[in-house]
Design a protein around this ligand. Sequence first.
Ligand code: CP
Length: 306
Amino acid sequence: VEKNFIGRDIISLHDFSREEILFILAFAQQFENLRNSMMSGRILATCFYEPSTRTRLSFESAMFQLGGDVIGFDAGSSSSAVKGETVADTAKMIEGYADVMVIRHPQEGSARVAGESSTIPVINGGDGANQHPTQTFLDLYTILKTKGTLSNLKIGFIGDLKYGRTVHSLAEALTHFNSSLYFISPTSLRMPSHILSFLTEHDQLYYETTDLYDYLFELDIVYVTRIQKERFFDSLEYEKVKNSYVLDKRILKTVKQDLKILHPLPRVNEIDSSLDSSPQAEYFQQSKNGVTVRKALLSLVLGIYP
Ligand code: CP
């Protein structure tokens, strides 16, 4: 089965079947804390036109932990994009420099363009408000690791569901697994209608509310997101919603004891640091799981195995 992934781009969760997703999650387990030299002589290019801490550094850490090398840029302003070079040209050229490429770009669809322009595997590290597939693989990995299943769970999404690409990818992926989804957001930041239509077409049960406490007591997972200031055209609109949901120790009186709180991070104020030491807080472990899952994805697309 591993061989089906060799040379593939990772652009969208739509490109992966249920069986493939489950295979990747199982395959990733062997990469927990694995350090070796299996990627010796291989080069990863990280092409980040937008800021990132976790995605870029966890990919770089993954490559280094497996003995490979990394080249790249961490801002469009330090690449020839400022001179007008297109994503397509950059991706075409990177194939002469590296064996695999990760791209983050503010424009939706840019990773697909890069993938179509390049012969090496291209991994989407986030394209605008569209998709963030490797985040979704690590989110699914984290849910599976903490709950032992992806099915029959009650999973809440809190915050910016309109612009949050991580919630779009994750909600769509969860349609494979027979869990119930609860969308908790300000009205202006509701899950987009095209995602809701996708869920309906795939018989996915979901509920929407603006009230944090409507469903909180019954949830198994809450996936909290930052209200993303940088995605608002109108700063007054941001000011209206920026403090909509702030989770702090008070929620522990309400929630199930085995609730797990996830967040793709970075956070601003939506999870108070007083929750960090609670057994429900899973978000730092979640970000660590990113290295494990990204090692597995690099292994699969390059066809180099432990
Ligand atoms: N979760 C995530 O994508 O974080 P970064 O923006 O820091 O990469």
